[in-house]
Design a protein around this ligand. Structure first.
Ligand code: AMP
Length: 288
């Protein structure tokens, strides 16, 4: 495995490896099993696997969150190597945002302006879109891998890749969960044992909606209320519980196609997000 810190060195490392497909997995480090599942998907499909490790300052809306973001480079490199990653691109902020940097890739519309875009502010997805565009242009991979856990990020990236005509296949990997159902996240290490137990209400709320949908419930407000009730029962007051179109993030009024259920909530000081896609079962008629 090679570790490179500059775009020039990344391109040099990839030169001569273009016979087979190149797969890229952008990350912010603090790597865990969720990231490893992306590395494995890339390893299975691509001749060369590139991982980027860059804590992108421009996508953080809270300076405290950026400052507290775990930085574990030695462990990250060990995990990447163990998963068969060929090249790690780990630039510093000056490499990504050199002096005079003045360009922002800004996706507009509900896909970027609602939910995470509304809670964290416009700058969040502008930061994500700009850094992902730069990473894709730096490595020019055939495929880029993202986790379904960040569903809105996936939708924003799909939009910018289509709109800018970036020649890359976006591959979405399922959310990797701990045994107890909690979606793996670099921020989970900040949860106390008691907070972690309470946080399990988030996957339970998603399951409650999925079960109700499968049982035939189609009224969106009623489905939403199921999730909210499950969260509130554990003392979690969500920032949002939303049922939206998985691609456009436009609101839906009826469960007549696959619908994304997205939750954001603070548990203690830690902000967690999770989601699932639900479909209507064909057994019920139900507006109940
Ligand atoms: P991050 O380092 O949090 O920016 O995440 C890097 C990539 O890993 C993103 O595409 C995330 O969606 C993905 N990822 C993070 N956690 C998980 C998880 N639990 N399951 C699947 N993918 C994940």
């Amino acid at each position: 495995m090679i570790v490179v810190r500059t775009v020039t060195d990344l391109r040099a490392a990839l030169r001569g490896r273009r016979d087979g497909a190149v797969g890229m997995v952008p990350t912010m480090g603090a790597l865990h099993e969720g990231h490893a599942s992306l590395f494995r998907a890339a390893r299975a499909a691509d001749a060369t696997v590139v991982a980027s490790v860059f804590v992108n300052p421009t996508q953080f809306d809270e300076q405290a969150d950026l400052a507290a973001y775990p930085r574990t480079e030695d462990a990250d490199l060990a995990l990447a190597e163990a998963e068969g990653v060929d090249v790690v691109f780990a630039p510093d902020a000056a490499e990504m945002y050199p002096s005079g940097f003045s360009t922002t890739v800004s996706v507009t519309g509900p896909v970027a302006e609602t939910l995470e875009g509304a809670q964290r502010g416009r700058g969040h997805f502008d930061g994500v879109a700009t850094v992902v565009t730069k990473l894709l242009l730096a490595a020019l991979p055939d495929r880029a891998y993202f986790g379904a856990k960040d569903a809105q990020q996936v939708a924003v990236i799909r939009r910018l890749v289509a709109d800018l005509g970036i020649p890359v296949d976006v591959v979405v990997c399922p959310t990797s969960r701990d045994e107890d159902g909690l979606a793996r996240s670099s921020r989970n290490t900040r949860l106390s044992p008691e907070e972690r137990r309470r946080a399990l209400a988030i996957p339970r709320a998603l399951e409650a909606v999925a079960d109700a949908a499968l049982a035939g419930l189609r009224d969106i407000e009623t489905l939403r209320a199921r999730a909210v009730a499950t969260l509130e029962a554990s003392g979690i007051h969500p920032e949002y519980v939303a049922l939206v179109d998985p691609a456009s993030f436009a609101p839906v009024t009826r469960l007549d196609r696959p619908v994304l259920v997205a939750i954001a909530a603070r548990v203690g000081a830690t902000r967690l997000i999770d989601n699932t896609v639900v479909v209507a079962g064909d057994t019920g008629t139900g507006d109940a």
